[in-house]
Design a protein around this ligand. Structure first.
Ligand SMILES: [Zn+2]
Length: 106
């Protein structure tokens, strides 16, 4: 489980560590491999089977931490929140948690 604050911190760390950043927009075909957001795990590229190429399906930023370590993350933090929430991995704020504890969780 991660909290929203941890998501913010992770993303801040990426920005502060990155030596270079490259933005990718949805529909971009400059992808050559499957990509996942390092923060939330959301798929960022998808294989076009007929063309044997990848297409960007989610706007994201590529962070070049160093020459060996390059990671991708959603351009929009709300995308990370949404994905983590869908996977049931996002811990909401304390108030929300108390509310859930008193109610029924699926
Ligand atoms: Zn993400």
């Amino acid at each position: 489980m991660v909290t929203k604050r941890e998501v913010v911190e992770k993303r801040k760390k990426l920005v502060s560590l990155a030596k270079k950043k490259v933005s990718f927009n949805k529909g971009d075909k400059r992808a050559y491999s499957p990509k996942l957001c390092v923060v939330c795990g959301r798929p960022l590229s998808s294989l076009i089977i007929n063309e044997n190429k990848y297409i960007i399906i989610q706007a994201h930023t590529r962070y070049h931490i160093n020459e060996l370590f390059i990671v991708d993350a959603c351009a929009d933090i709300t995308s990370c929140y949404r994905t983590l929430k869908q996977k049931g991995e996002l811990e909401e704020d304390v108030d929300v948690k108390q509310y859930q504890a008193s109610g029924k969780e699926t």
